[in-house]
Design a protein around this ligand. Sequence first.
Ligand SMILES: [Zn+2]
Length: 296
Amino acid sequence: MRIGIDLGGTKIEAIAIEGASTVLRRRITAPRGDYPATIGAVRDLVAAIEHELGASCSVGIGIPGALSTLTGLVKNANSTWLIGHPLDRDLERVLGRPVRVTNDANCFALSEATDGAAQGAGTVFGAILGTGTGGGVVVNGRVLEGRHRIAGEWGHNPLPWPRDSERPGPACYCGRTGCIETFLSGPALSATYKTISGRSAEPAEIAARADAGDAGANDALAVYETRLARALASIINVLDPDVIVLGGGVSNISRLYVNVPPLLKPFVFSDAADPPVVPAQHGDSSGVRGAAWLWP
Ligand SMILES: [Zn+2]
């Protein structure tokens, strides 16, 4: 049996999978800001699950960041209390077994490629459009980690084919300006709507207002769709994926799947620009499921 753990900033979620079936699921509040407590919480979660199942399991973990290949320490994590720690070694010590740790967007892509919206596809690009803008690549059922474990991280590339009004673009926490994340995250969509309409709303509310005929909401989403199309086109030109799966809060906006595909063509270096762009099948559970799938 496999245990998958999604080490989120606000919650830690765990799942046990046997075959293709979820046997049990646990969710606890993350000990924010406390690294030793985080290690202890994962240890206790695994112990409780194994006690209940009466079985020893493999453990895979998705984190909001990556392990540096230079130092072996966590980097790029928005759960900043994990940064600079040897998370995999600390967990292996308290769990008494090898663990596999990867970025949560990689887990998302792996889950959808294994038995989700991209099942059976050769090359899958999984994009998370949420608080941030992450991404992961799965090729023939395996996560493509990359030399520096940043494969698929498109969020801090610049928005491609920018319009004059999009240059230099908003400042990003990574120190650059005009990153894809500053245009395609959920907060970025809300900011676009605020600029156009003067009003504040979360992405789901913006979509509901657009459906109800609100011109400002419709315009904000139309702008968002052109940006998403350009950003995905640049991925298609490098990776040529068989399927693109979208996850995260913004991916629940159904009109994206109608409006974005026709916008790809002018930017894709091919006579065809038709990779399916589909919503995640497992929704919020993809991260934790993909973590379990890290072990064969
Ligand atoms: Zn950035």
